[in-house]
Design a protein around this ligand. Structure first.
Ligand code: SF4
Length: 379
C-alpha cells in the first residue's frame, strides 16, 4: 500500500474516531527547539517536569529507529461549564484550569492514537509506531506546530484557527514516510494581551516562558508556595489559564465535542473546605480520573488553603485551625497558619499563637510568624 493512500485513509478514519484535527510532520531533528531548550536550561527557566535529555526531546529517531514522520492530533475541550456552581460566601469554591476538566486527556488521546497505530499496522504490518501524549520526550507543541495543527502563540500555546488554543495534543511517531503538512503562519502580530495579563511576568517575551514563575506550574509543586505568588493564584487550585482566556483566538470558543471532557461541575469547581479533610480514598474516587490529580492531594490542599486566605473566608477558620493543629505534613500546617493570618480574625491569630507553643518544625514556625504579621495590617 502506498503511503499517500494510507495518509488519506488515516485522515478519514481520524474523523470517524472523534479526532478533531490531524496533521503530518517530518521526523527531522527539531533544531530550533533544541537551541531554545538549551537556552531555557541555561537560564533556569525549565519546570523540572520535562522528560528525557534535550537530544531525546528533539531527535525523533532516538525514540523510533528510522523515524520518518510524526502524526499530530488535536482534540478540542470545553472552556465553559454550563450551569456551573457559584462560589458563595458560605461555601467558597476553587477551580481547576480548563485543561483539567473532564476525564484525564492523556488516556483519551492515547486510546485514539493507539487506534491510529492499529489502523496503520493492519495495512502495513512491518510499520513501527510509538504514541506520546504530554509526558513523552517529544514536545507535543513543537510537533503540532510543524504538522500545521496551529501556530505557536506568544503565550506558548498552540493556537488552532478552528478551536483556539483549547486543544489537547498528542502524536504518533512512525517509520513511514508520509507527505508533511505545511506549518501555519504566525497569527499573533502585534498583540501582547497574554504577556500583559500574566500576573507574574512568567512570559518573558513572546513565546518564551519562565516555568519557575508560571502559576500553572507553581500550583503543581509540593513544597511551600513562594510568598510572592500566593496572592496571585486566587482560587485556582490546579493550573492557571489566564494567558489563554485573554487570547482573542479563544473568544467565544467553547467546544463540547467529547463526552469524556464534559466537566463535572462539582469536581471542576470543588468546594474548598471539604478538600482540607478529604481522605485518600475519597480523593481518588472524586478526583482520581482527572488530569489535575496527578500530583496527589497535597498541592491541591495547599492551594485550597491559600484560596481560603484569598477569600478571607471566616467560616473556614475552625477547619483551618484543625488542619494547622493536626495535619502531619509541615507544608499543610504552615500554609494553614499563613491562611489563618490572612483571614485575620481574632480567633485565628489566637490559634496561631497557641500552635506556636507546640510546633517544632522551623519552616512551619516561619509560616506562623508570617501569619501573625498580618495582625499589623488588620488591627
Ligand atoms: S493573546 Fe495575543 S499575543 Fe498572546 S497568544 Fe493570543 S494572539 Fe498571540
Amino acid at each position: 500500500m502506498n503511503t499517500d493512500q494510507l495518509r488519506q485513509e488515516l485522515i478519514d478514519y481520524s474523523k470517524e474516531i472523534g479526532i478533531d484535527k490531524i496533521g503530518f510532520a517530518s521526523a527531522d531533528v527539531f533544531e530550533g527547539l533544541k537551541e531554545r531548550l538549551k537556552r531555557q536550561q541555561g537560564l533556569g527557566f525549565q519546570s523540572g517536569f520535562e522528560k528525557g535529555s534535550i537530544e531525546e526531546r528533539t531527535e525523533p529517531d532516538r525514540l523510533v529507529p528510522e523515524a520518518k514522520s510524526i502524526i499530530s492530533i488535536a482534540l478540542a475541550y470545553p472552556s465553559r461549564i454550563k450551569d456551573g456552581p457559584k462560589s458563595t460566601k458560605e461555601e467558597r469554591r476553587g477551580v481547576f484550569c480548563r485543561a483539567s476538566w473532564g476525564t484525564d486527556y492523556h488516556e483519551v488521546l492515547r486510546e485514539k492514537l493507539g487506534k491510529l497505530g492499529e489502523f496503520i499496522k493492519e495495512r502495513i504490518p512491518e510499520a513501527t509506531t510509538k504514541v506520546m501524549v504530554d509526558t513523552g520526550e517529544l514536545s507535543d507543541r513543537a510537533v503540532a506546530e510543524r504538522a500545521g495543527i496551529g501556530f505557536s502563540g506568544k503565550n506558548t500555546a498552540i493556537i488552532t484557527p478552528e478551536f483556539g488554543s483549547y486543544v489537547y495534543l498528542g502524536e504518533l511517531i512512525t517509520n513511514l514516510p508520509f507527505v508533511p503538512d505545511t506549518p501555519l503562519e504566525d497569527g499573533c502580530g502585534s498583540c501582547t494581551r497574554c504577556l500583559d495579563a500574566c500576573p507574574t511576568g512568567a512570559l518573558v517575551q513572546g513565546g518564551q516562558l519562565n516555568a519557575q514563575r508560571c502559576l500553572a506550574f507553581l500550583t503543581q509543586t509540593k513544597d511551600f508556595m513562594p510568598d510572592e505568588f500566593r496572592s496571585k493564584i486566587g482560587n485556582f487550585i490546579y493550573g492557571f489559564d489566564t494567558c489563554q482566556v485573554v487570547c482573542p483566538y479563544n473568544k467565544h470558543v467553547d467546544f463540547h465535542n467529547h463526552p469524556e471532557f464534559e466537566p463535572e461541575p462539582d469536581v471542576a469547581k470543588p468546594k474548598l473546605k471539604p478538600l482540607l479533610r478529604i481522605s485518600n480514598r475519597e480523593f481518588k474516587n472524586t478526583f482520581g480520573h482527572i488530569a489535575g490529580s496527578w500530583r496527589g492531594k497535597k498541592p491541591l490542599q495547599r492551594n485550597a488553603l491559600i484560596a481560603l486566605g484569598h477569600y478571607r473566608d471566616a467560616t473556614a477558620v475552625d477547619e483551618i485551625i484543625a488542619v494547622m493543629n493536626n495535619d502531619p505534613r509541615p507544608v499543610i500546617r504552615g500554609t494553614a497558619a499563613w491562611s489563618l493570618g490572612k483571614i485575620g480574625t481574632e480567633e485565628s491569630f489566637a490559634a496561631i499563637k497557641d500552635a506556636m507553643e507546640k510546633e517544632n518544625d522551623e519552616q512551619v514556625l516561619a509560616e506562623m510568624e508570617k501569619g501573625l504579621a498580618f495582625q499589623e495590617t488588620v488591627f
